[in-house]
Design a protein around this ligand. Structure first.
Ligand SMILES: *[C@@H]1O[C@H](CO)[C@@H](O)[C@H](O)[C@H]1NC(C)=O
Ligand SMILES: *[C@@H]1O[C@H](CO)[C@@H](O)[C@H](O)[C@H]1NC(C)=O
Ligand SMILES: *[C@@H]1O[C@H](CO)[C@@H](O)[C@H](O)[C@H]1NC(C)=O
Ligand SMILES: *[C@@H]1O[C@H](CO)[C@@H](O)[C@H](O)[C@H]1NC(C)=O
Ligand SMILES: *[C@@H]1O[C@H](CO)[C@@H](O)[C@H](O)[C@H]1NC(C)=O
Ligand SMILES: *[C@@H]1O[C@H](CO)[C@@H](O)[C@H](O)[C@H]1NC(C)=O
Ligand SMILES: *[C@@H]1O[C@H](CO)[C@@H](O)[C@H](O)[C@H]1NC(C)=O
Length: 628
């Protein structure tokens, strides 16, 4: 027996070892890459053999065909667009491992989606507003965007936010992994910013192209390098130079560049400066990267020396490429970060000796990442989206609070000072025709101050978890079809100033704390319900207490008792027996009338303290209003 157990344990361990060793080693895999052809119904292989997966992971919208063709995104037969009925916030939520990614998007539009008119809209990545597509974005090559971002939560969330000018549309999305340390960023830099590419130039290159066009290592993220050659005017003082030789130190960790960007350069005449001016968003930090390699074999250290200036500020004086790179055909990489207060960024190369030769450069805007919504609140709202039956047109997708410019419809947020994250402090979905119920998860919105779900068609009960909403100031569930009893936990909310539960189907005992609260000046309206009782309204009888089951049992016991008592009294004094049975046997409408009278009585009794609120007497739900 012992031996048998030992053998079993051994084989288990052996299997475990074998099984583990069969798992693919993570390091052996290439960088993670997802390429989505938006709107496409089938997977295809595009240029350079890449797999373009059919449309997936989107929150809604419609597919449309487009007739454009552009080398930057080969899968341009289709797009996905989001119309008004899809709501203001729409997202792709693409499952990827936690990591650092180059995320690139190709935008276009057509007849089917936008009647041929260029739409305007905003785009966020991981909750941070990164792009605003303003008028003219679709001219020339401007419809391509990429950024470097960290994904911390296992899914890259890219959202398209309507600004009311046409339907947001996207043709392709690529999420391509790069090294966590790429561009000098530790993983925790994710808490600081997203790097939005402003310009990536391969100077003097014959053609623009992706890293993959230049056979670059895929860990480079397949960046797109734009040639500056079309900027040269005939007879200008600059000219392209190139050398078809291997350049040393280009594909070095962590940035990994293609050889090609070092094999060409733009050179100026001796004594001439060279500058590039880019329009940029003001008041952001910019990270600027310069790439050089000496391509002329006859150049010696000291022969070619220049200064690099950004917006006229010297950032690298006396650059001697060959001296610093250690020889010809060897890469020199420099980077700097600078705040740009104005709307242009000018990079200038001023010669000190010899003529200028620039191989490549990149400019990134450092977009500060927006704080996200506290996880518990995000989760709770995602659940409430289901239970309340939030319609598609409200576009409850992505993060409820960010980007700050585009919170979810009906949701108010405030910054939690302790964590720096966003919390929900208001939810106003009144008069939206909601047909669901208020889920238990409402209790997780612990920062909630105001809740207004009035004038809907909500059913079900008030969850007792509302007792966790300790900060709650107002709660308005009036004009719905909420049933069951008012949870006792509501009586614990000491800050509650307004509680409107009128015009529902509530029954049972009103927590006495609520009535006590209303005596202290809080507004309470519980009128026009099914059958409420309590201090100052109508004394509760046995069956008013307890839950549904209790009510059922109570009713059963009560009926039994009534029958028994009735029988006995019938036998003894027929008149009394009839009088006692009457309330129980009375039809529903009659019971309601009795209740209304009780409420009116209560109001009379409590004049001066109790402050019932009278509002629109026409019930939205079509219930008869017994007060009329
Ligand atoms: C990131 O920050 C966390 C704490 O916030 C720390 O535990 C972790 O070591 C940091 N990671 C790196 C790569 O710096
Ligand atoms: C560069 O040289 C390689 C072989 O040395 C050749 O195959 C390639 O076509 C050359 N490229 C250009 C652009 O001349
Ligand atoms: C390339 O760089 C390495 C070290 O960085 C150096 O040892 C080697 O000599 C260089 N090769 C050339 C051709 O410059
Ligand atoms: C970028 O510049 C910083 C200092 O400004 C330097 O520490 C860092 O090594 C540079 N990164 C690369 C990859 O050259
Ligand atoms: C995105 O997907 C992840 C994992 O697939 C999921 O945990 C998360 O809730 C999703 N986010 C949104 C906003 O749908
Ligand atoms: C709730 O919303 C309705 C309709 O917008 C409004 O009339 C009512 O005053 C709101 N309730 C509270 C407590 O603010
Ligand atoms: C009200 O609060 C008290 C004290 O925190 C707690 O013991 C009690 O269970 C709460 N009542 C309800 C109904 O939640």
């Amino acid at each position: 027996m012992r031996v048998g157990m030992g053998a079993l344990a051994f084989s288990l361990v052996a299997c475990l070892l074998v099984c583990i060793s069969r798992l693919p080693p993570v390091a052996a895999q290439g960088p993670w890459a997802v390429r989505i052809a938006c709107g496409a119904t089938a997977d295809t292989h595009g240029a350079n053999g890449f797999l373009w997966s059919k449309d997936r992971d989107y929150s809604g919208g419609s597919a449309a065909s487009v007739a454009l063709n552009n080398h930057k995104a080969p899968q341009l037969n289709t797009l996905r667009y989001f119309s008004v009925s899809d709501g203001g916030e729409n997202c792709y939520n693409i499952t990827v491992p936690v990591g650092h990614y180059l995320i690139r998007l190709y935008f276009t539009y057509g007849q089917e989606d936008n009647a041929g008119h260029e739409p305007q809209f905003d785009v966020s990545i991981e909750g941070t507003l990164v792009y605003s597509l303003l008028p003219g974005w679709s001219s020339d090559d401007n419809n391509y965007r990429d950024s470097l971002a960290f994904v911390n939560d296992g899914a890259a969330t890219i959202c398209f936010h309507s600004s009311g000018h046409g339907n947001p549309a996207v043709a392709s999305i690529e999420v391509l992994q790069i090294f966590n340390q790429a561009y000098n960023r530790g993983f925790n830099a994710s808490e600081e910013f997203i790097m939005r590419t402003v310009k990536r130039v391969s100077a003097g290159a014959e053609k623009s192209g992706f890293g993959s066009d230049f056979l670059a290592d895929p860990w480079g993220g397949d960046r797109y390098w734009e040639s500056d050659i079309s900027l040269f005017l005939p007879g200008s003082a600059v000219k392209p130079v190139s050398a078809n030789v291997t350049i040393n130190n280009t594909a070095v960790y962590p940035n990994i560049y293609p050889q090609a960007i070092f094999q060409t350069a733009t050179s100026a005449n001796p004594g001439q400066s060279l500058s590039y001016t880019l329009p940029v968003e003001s008041n952001l930090q910019y990270s600027i990267w310069f790439y050089f390699a000496e391509l002329a074999t006859f150049v010696e250290p000291g022969d070619r020396i220049f200064d690099i200036l950004v917006n006229d500020q010297p950032v690298f004086p006396n650059v001697d490429v060959i001296a610093r790179a250690g020889g010809v055909f060897s890469a020199l990489i420099l980077n700097t970060t600078m705040l740009v207060p104005g709307k242009t960024l000018t990079v200038t190369f001023n010669p000190r000796n010899g003529n200028i030769a620039v191989n490549a450069f990149e400019v990134y805007a450092l977009v500060p990442t927006e704080a996200q919504t506290v996880n518990t609140n995000l989760w709770a709202l995602q659940q409430l989206k289901q239970s309340l039956n939030i319609p598609v047109r409200m576009g409850w997708n992505g993060d409820p609070c960010v980007p700050q410019l585009h919170p979810w419809y009906g949701v108010d947020c405030k910054r939690d000072t302790a964590t720096g994250l966003w919390m929900i402090d208001g939810l106003d979905l009144s008069s939206q025709g909601l047909r669901g119920f208020l889920g238990e998860q409402i209790g997780s919105l612990t920062g909630l101050l105001n809740l207004n779900l009035s004038h809907n068609l909500l059913q079900g009960q008030i969850p007792s978890s509302v007792g966790h909403l300790e900060s709650l100031l107002t709660m308005d569930l009036s004009y719905n079809q909420v049933s069951g009893s008012i949870p006792a936990s509501l009586g614990n909310l000491t800050k509650l100033q307004k509680l409107f539960l009128n015009n529902n189907l509530l029954s049972g005992e009103v927590p006495h704390n609520l009535i006590a609260g209303s005596l202290q000046g809080a507004n309470l309206d519980i009128s026009d319900n099914k059958d409420l009782c309590g201090v100052g309204i109508r004394p509760c009888s046995q069956h008013d207490h307890g839950t549904k089951a209790g009510v059922v049992v109570g009713v059963l016991l009560g009926s039994l008792l009534a029958v028994l008592v009735g029988y006995i009294f019938y036998k003894r004094r027929q008149n009394t027996a009839r009088a006692q049975r009457l309330p129980r046997d009375a039809p529903y409408a009659k019971a309601r009338t009795t209740f209304v009278r009780d409420v009116q009585m209560a109001r009379t009794v409590l004049t001066g303290h109790f402050k019932p609120v009278y509002r629109d007497p026409t019930p939205a739900s079509g219930q008869a209003n017994p007060l009329l």
